[in-house]
Design a protein around this ligand. Sequence first.
Ligand SMILES: [Zn+2]
Length: 261
Amino acid sequence: MKIIKRLLVAITTFFIIVSAFYFFWLSPRYVVPILMYHRFGYGENNLFVTPENFKRQMVYIKGNGYDVISLDELVDGIRNNRRFKHKTVVITIDDGYRDNYSYAYPILKKYNFPATIFIATNFIGNNKDFMSLDKIKAMSKNGISFGGHTKSHAYLPSVGEKTVLWSEIKGCKEFIEEKIGVDADYFCYPTGGFNEEVKATVRKAEYKGACATNRGFVELNKDVYELKRVKITNSDTNKPFSFWAKLSGYYNVFRSKKRGY
Ligand SMILES: [Zn+2]
């Protein structure tokens, strides 16, 4: 009897400690995960997610009760200190490759999931690997937002020249607004590289916020000009725990802090 009593005390203590850890330490650190994708298809490198795996991931999100919200809803919520329900998620895609339209768009449309695609505008209409203006316009009418990703995919901390920096950052916004006819409210630093001058230029160019990769020191995505994201790969489909962890909202809590440049 004594052993059972001790065991019960041990189990109860364990649960109290775990719950306290969750409520007082982990729960306030919840952030809405911003998923980062690049390419869709069967390429070798880890920027590619196959259409089958992307579909499995979206089915998982749909089937497990996650809310997919737009980047704009997230940033608006952060600015207004709104609390999001756990199981909220944002989808972003970088660069604007043609495969975004062929493979990701039909699936996003089927599930009615909003997403933001960041485009490096010099490649649009000039390079067959990237989406055409017509395709971008069609997507923009069906829940997909477009954001700036510079004109030439420049690594911004190395640009130096102020006028070039301005043209890379403001120029891609103007391109989207003039040629596609939609607002380009958000920016994404190529390769996640930024510094204070780059951030200030993005603000001056009247973007409402900007995404990095996993770089930056500001915790819990409190600075909307350096939003950390979580990269999703094919292997997240084979390892359900890994995808679940990335969707948990605590993924970045356990990662080391990285400089922006
Ligand atoms: Zn990029």
